[in-house]
Design a protein around this ligand. Structure first.
Ligand SMILES: C[S@@+](CC[C@H](N)C(=O)[O-])C[C@H]1O[C@@H](n2cnc3c(N)ncnc32)[C@H](O)[C@@H]1O
Length: 256
C-alpha cells in the first residue's frame, strides 16, 4: 500500500483561498531572521552508500536512532530530528521526509472556526502531513506585528537544550503554506515537531499522532503537548468541541 520513501518529491500544488496571500512551500527569512543560522547547515553529512540507518549514518547518529520507519512514519515524537540534506552522499535514503513536501489529499474548507484543513485521504499515525511555513521573524518583530484580533498566524516554538534555549518564530499571516489553515484542538490528531534539514533554523513539521479518517479535520494543540493550566489560556473561546475542551485557546506564549 505504501511505497518506500526514496527521494520521491511530493509536489506542493496547494494554494491559498484568497489571492491577497502569498504561497510559500517552505520558510523564507523575514525581518529579524538570523541569517547566519538560516544559511548554516547543521554539522552533519553522511557517506551512506546503502539506506541511511543506525548506527552508520552520521545524520541519524546525531539523534541516536532512526527518525522514520521504512514507510516514512515518525518513530518517536520526543527527540531531535536531523534529516539528510544536499551535502550528504546518500542516494537512497530513509531519513528524508519533511523535505519531500506535503502529503496529497489536503483540503481547505470553511466551517465553525473559519477556514480549516481537512484530509480527503486517511492518514496513519506517524505520517507527515505538511509544514507550518511562513516568514521567519524574531520576537520583537512578532510583538510588533501581533494584533489583538482573534485570528493569529504567528507560531512560536521554544526548544530547550542542555545549555541554551532556541526560539523560532514563524509568521504565516501574509506569506505561508497550507499549514496556516490548521486549527487548534484540545484533543488533536497531529502535533508540530521541529525538524532540521539544511538550516539551523528548524522547519515546523506536522505529524499525525493518531490514525485520521477521510474527511476529518487536521488539528494540533496550539499550546504544545504538555498540560496547560488556566493561566495559559487566552480569552478566545475554543470551538474544538472535544470532550476535554479547555474552553479557550492557549495563550500566545512567548510573545508577551
Ligand atoms: C492559524 S489560524 C487557523 C486558520 C483560521 N481558522 C483561518 O480561518 O484562517 C488560527 C486562528 O484560527 C482560529 N481558531 C483556530 N482554532 C480554533 C478553535 N479551536 N476555536 C476557535 N477558533 C479557532 C482562531 O481565530 C486562531 O487565531
Amino acid at each position: 500500500m505504501f511505497k518506500k520513501l526514496l527521494f520521491h518529491q511530493r509536489e506542493d500544488n496547494y494554494d491559498h483561498i484568497n489571492n491577497t496571500l502569498i504561497y510559500t512551500i517552505t520558510n523564507i527569512p523575514g525581518p529579524g531572521c538570523n541569517m547566519n543560522d538560516f544559511n548554516s547547515c547543521p554539522n552533519q553529512m553522511c557517506n551512506c552508500t546503502d539506506l541511511c540507518h543506525t548506527p552508520n549514518c552520521e545524520c541519524i547518529a546525531l539523534a541516536g536512532y532512526n527518525n522514520y520507519d521504512e514507510f516514512g512514519k515518525l518513530i518517536s515524537v520526543d527527540k531531535l530530528i536531523y534529516e539528510c540534506n544536499d551535502l550528504c552522499k546518500c542516494t537512497s535514503c530513509q531519513n528524508r521526509n519533511v523535505q519531500l513536501g506535503p502529503r496529497i489529499g489536503l483540503r481547505i474548507s470553511h466551517f465553525n472556526k473559519g477556514y480549516g484543513l481537512y484530509t480527503d485521504i486517511a492518514i496513519e499515525k506517524g505520517q507527515f502531513v505538511c509544514e507550518y511555513a511562513g516568514e521567519i521573524i524574531d520576537i520583537s518583530e512578532a510583538q510588533r506585528r501581533s494584533n489583538l484580533d482573534n485570528v493569529n498566524y504567528i507560531f512560536v516554538i521554544n526548544e530547550h537544550f542542555s545549555d541554551h534555549t532556541t526560539t523560532t518564530v514563524i509568521d504565516s499571516t501574509i506569506i505561508g503554506n497550507i499549514g496556516r489553515y490548521i486549527n487548534h484542538s484540545c484533543q488533536p490528531n497531529c502535533m508540530i515537531i521541529p525538524v532540521r534539514i539544511d538550516s539551523l533554523i528548524p522547519r515546523l513539521a506536522i505529524f499525525a499522532v493518531k490514525d485520521i479518517q477521510c474527511n476529518e479535520e487536521i488539528t494540533y494543540n496550539y499550546g504544545g503537548e504538555g498540560s496547560y493550566s488556566q493561566n495559559n489560556l487566552s480569552e478566545v473561546p475554543c470551538l474544538c468541541e472535544s470532550n476535554n475542551c479547555k474552553g479557550f485557546l492557549p495563550h500566545k506564549r512567548g510573545l508577551f
